[in-house]
Design a protein. Structure first.
Length: 211
């Protein structure tokens, strides 16, 4: 065994240790992938009603649906896969299932998405409400869902529950979402103690929060 042979695994191990213990930076959602069986109606709703930009339209390349290249994609060949700009450099994606191939899901089933909330400004939310009303699409709200956060709710044409949240205290700019809801240690612990009585776990879980 050469020196190199010994050193290489040790270096790899140290590197893995660094990787495992370093801070992980999250930059928001890259893309959210949802399902439709009618891409035209979906495009009309997201572009014309909600005012999102369609930024990429494609078909899933051959072999990825039913072929050996499937990596968790829908099991259909060359289906439509479109992307909208949902802001903050994030993509809202849709796959188009063949009509009748899949039944409607239960948003309250385990593993399903209950709803998604888009961050908007107060004026943006007012414009969405006006557009929904102009298109005779029913919505709920605005409701104050957390102190200072006001939301409206609407079902998209695929029965996906959408929420649009604004924070008037942030004015018309991009809202600062996390700072408004971040609790202190003691506030979070009030709830977390109902989940576990493990003191080490509790301390570790709130370690990033202020006292
Ligand atoms: Fe929500």
């Amino acid at each position: 065994m050469t020196t190199l042979d010994i050193a290489a695994p040790a270096a790899a191990s140290a590197s893995t240790q660094d990787s495992a213990h370093g801070k992980i930076s999250y930059y928001g959602v890259h893309h959210l992938a949802l399902n439709t069986d009618d891409m035209k109606i979906t495009v009309d709703f997201y572009v014309d009603v909600l005012g999102m930009r369609l930024v990429h339209a494609m078909k899933v390349p051959p072999g990825i649906g039913t072929g050996p290249g499937n990596r968790g994609n829908p099991p259909f060949e060359e289906i439509r896969h479109y992307f909208f700009d949902m802001g903050r450099d994030a993509l809202l994606a849709f796959f188009e299932m063949p009509k009748g191939a899949k039944q409607k899901g239960d948003r309250n089933a385990l593993g399903n998405m209950q709803h998604v909330s888009f961050a908007v400004s107060p004026q943006g939310q007012a414009r969405i409400r006006a557009r929904l009303e102009a298109n005779k699409i029913a919505y709920d709200g605005p409701l104050e869902i957390l102190p200072g956060i006001f939301s409206i709710y609407v079902m998209d044409p695929n029965d996906i529950r959408l929420e649009f949240s604004c924070q008037p205290s942030n004015g018309e700019g991009e809202p600062l979402i996390v700072p408004l809801v971040t609790q202190t240690k003691s506030e979070a612990l009030q709830e977390l103690r109902s989940l576990s009585s493990d003191q080490k776990w509790l301390a570790r879980t709130v370690s990033s929060l202020a006292d």
